[in-house]
Structure formats: C-alpha cells, structure tokens
Write a protein that binds this ligand. Structure first.
Ligand SMILES: [Zn+2]
Length: 49
C-alpha cells in the first residue's frame, strides 16, 4: 500500500513546483528526477527491475 502510494506520487509530477518547467532529466546514478530548467530535484526514480 505504502509503496504504491509513493510510486504514484512520483509519476504524477509532471510540472516543476519551483519554475513550472515541464522537462525533466533522469539521473539514474542518483535515482533522481531533476528539472532541466532550474535543476530542482522533483522526485525519485523507481526502476521497474
Ligand atoms: Zn524547475
């Protein structure tokens, strides 16, 4: 239950809360989703495997 909620929260982030940017960079090494405009870490990446 908790895991599902966390995953949903991440996938729902489509707009940067800071600058409003809609393009993101996936940093697979740090497992972070980063705004391409301002560099804000908006969420964490969940690998399917
Ligand atoms: Zn941003």
């Amino acid at each position: 239950m908790a895991f599902h909620a966390e995953k949903k929260e991440f996938t729902e982030i489509t707009k940067c809360p800071d600058c409003g940017g809609t393009e993101f960079i996936m940093d697979w090494k740090k497992k972070e989703k980063i705004c391409s405009k301002c560099g804000l870490v908006v969420g964490r990446i969940f690998k399917p495997h």
